[in-house]
Design a protein around this ligand. Structure first.
Ligand code: PHE
Length: 450
């Protein structure tokens, strides 16, 4: 017990939950995945649905997870075991662990790229190149499958090192300074991007919705992206919630994190789309949308060398605070439920991720054998985890809180046992109990049918 207490105190206790949860939420999901999804789903129409999702579903689901975590002081599987013993509910926790493992596997591929791009920026390797050359080099990099795997391995190792050493506290403290810096850099990049010739078209793409583009696929992608970006539906916030002090305000935490995360995503859109349209990068270009547009943008800026370098360093750190949260879910589960030593659990989780992750990286080579039904394993892992497991997890979590945990316990937790007001608690509980399950289910089913 004493040992467990110590373990829990070690994490983010001084610095507060907001930094840790925002660290988890803000990452490649905002800067890399969000523009890809906007681009692939018709622009503004997607953005609109996305905003509705994060505001009306994101906050209630996030709060539900935090409530479960803080109430039980347990990992995501243990939490359900405590609140609903001898029931099937712990399956939600297991699903989350599986999903965390899948996400970590493909997420670390892209995280590894940030390291490659740091090296490229140090050696000023984009300077003076045109779009075609930059695109070619990006493809050539994917074709060096093992180089991707190497960077991925280094990134997983870094994540493991932080979790192993239990220095999250230190990392989060840095993140608290560095993430606002990321915000500032994005604003500067946004201004440059929006003043490029032809930038207006990009803005129109982002903000002028064509409602006929809202299809089942768009709905489910927006739902998946919302959950992915906010780290919802798989137990990150249950796990982090379990480390939160009883005196912290959960509702304001949820609001702050959702706002910060959404602001960063929107800014990323404002950086990428005007520039992409100006340079002639197609909005459907997927990964290239970000990784090819940005170097081009830096090339058009005074001090581009430094902007490029600082940007990719910050992006790597943003990714790291997200992978830490993914690994934390796995480690908390392995150490508390399977009684592995924390350090040993870290090694096991990292090794497993490395193995699965290598397939994700190697599946992006042009002549890769790692495809299933014509889709790369990278895509498949992303699709299954983000668009299926997270929304299913999310719907089960709100049903659990709304119908099993119940109103009184929910109110107790969000008011810190009647110490704070939490004015919106009734409305949020109503959403948790009725609206969120129905909305997520409708979106999900309409997406699957298409
Ligand atoms: N939210 C993170 C991002 O946007 C990714 C993530 C998803 C982290 C799910 C943890 C759990 O980059």
């Amino acid at each position: 017990m004493a040992e467990e207490k110590k373990k829990r105190d070690g994490f983010g206790s001084k610095l507060g939950i907001i930094a840790a949860a925002a660290g988890s939420a803000i990452g490649l999901g905002n800067i890399y995945r969000f523009p890809c999804e906007v681009g692939n789903n018709g622009g503004a129409a997607f953005l609109l649905v996305y905003l509705v999702v994060v505001l009306f579903l994101g906050i209630p689901v996030m709060l539900s997870e935090l409530v479960i975590g803080r109430r039980t002081q347990s990992n995501s599987v243990g939490a359900f075991k405590k609140l609903a013993p001898k029931s099937a509910w712990p399956i939600v926790g297991y699903m989350g662990v599986l999903c965390g493992f899948l996400i970590f596997a493909f997420y670390s591929t892209v995280s590894g790229w940030t390291l490659e791009y740091i090296v490229k920026s140090v050696s000023n390797s984009f300077q003076g190149k045109d779009l075609a050359t930059i695109e070619q080099e990006f493809t050539a990099f994917h074709d060096m499958g093992w180089r991707n795997v190497m960077w991925q391995g280094i990134f997983i190792f870094l994540t493991g090192f932080v979790v192993f050493k239990g220095v999250q506290n230190g990392i989060e403290k840095y993140a608290k300074i560095l993430m606002p810096l990321l915000l500032v850099i994005l604003i500067v990049l946004g201004v440059r991007s929006m003043t490029l010739p032809g930038a207006k078209e990009g803005l129109a793409f982002l903000f002028k919705p064509d409602f006929s583009k809202i299809t089942g696929k768009v709905l489910i992608s927006a739902l998946g992206q919302g959950f992915f970006s906010l780290s919802l539906g798989m137990g990150v916030l249950i796990t982090y919630g379990s480390y939160v002090k009883k005196s912290d305000n959960l509702t304001s935490t949820a609001f702050s994190v959702v706002l910060a995360d959404t602001a960063i995503a929107l800014l990323a859109g404002l950086v990428i789309f005007p520039a992409a349209f100006s340079f002639g990068v197609k909005p459907e270009a997927g990964m290239g949308l970000v990784f090819n547009t940005l170097p081009m943008l830096f090339n058009q800026m005074a001090g581009g060398y430094w902007f490029c370098l600082i940007f990719f360093v910050l992006l790597a750190i943003a990714a790291l605070t997200s992978t830490i949260s993914l690994l934390e879910v796995l480690v908390a589960y392995l150490s508390e439920e399977l009684h592995m030593k924390r350090q040993w659990a870290t090694v096991v989780a990292c090794a497993g991720t490395m193995l699965l992750g290598a397939f994700a990286s190697l599946s992006l080579m042009s002549n890769t054998p790692f495809t299933i039904g014509g889709r790369s394993m990278f895509d498949l892992m992303d699709f299954v985890s983000s668009n299926i497991l997270l929304p299913v997890g999310g719907v089960l979590i709100v049903i659990f809180v709304g119908w099993k945990l119940g109103k009184q316990k929910f109110f107790d937790e969000v008011t810190n046992e009647n110490i704070i007001k939490a004015k919106l608690k009734k409305i949020i509980f109503f959403i948790v109990k009725y609206l969120a399950p129905v909305a997520i289910a409708i979106v999900f089913i309409s997406g699957l049918i298409k």
